[in-house]
Design a protein around this ligand. Structure first.
Ligand SMILES: [Zn+2]
Length: 110
């Protein structure tokens, strides 16, 4: 993981076209594709850098709530209150369906 973190800081804003022949850059991209820990590291960094404080059951859920609150139009899952999590169906009268378990890790939500 230490190796990935070093590569991430080196290449996170790198231009893929400029790095087309750079095997280290391709190795970095492959680590992201093949390793969920690397993807979770990137998501956690993005959340931390935004100053958003969330600590749900798993990084996948943290990231969904983070994206929703960033007004990402594709995101439909959010935490609506301390005890209510749900899926919003935008465009269908903003209908909300409550969920009781995390869709990613299966943990029972509060
Ligand atoms: Zn979860």
């Amino acid at each position: 993981m230490e190796e990935f973190i070093k590569l991430h800081h080196k290449y996170k804003d790198a231009n893929p076209v400029e790095n087309e022949g750079n095997s280290e850059f391709h190795y970095y991209k492959l680590l992201i594709i093949n390793n969920i820990e690397c993807r979770n590291y990137i998501k956690k960094q993005e959340i931390l850098e935004s100053g958003f404080a969330i600590n749900e059951c798993c990084t996948a859920m943290d990231y969904q709530i983070f994206l929703y609150n960033k007004k990402n139009k594709k995101n439909i899952i959010n935490k609506w209150s301390e005890s209510m999590y749900g899926i919003a169906f935008r465009g269908r009268n903003n209908e909300l369906v409550e969920i009781h378990h995390c869709p990613w890790c299966g943990v029972k939500l509060h």
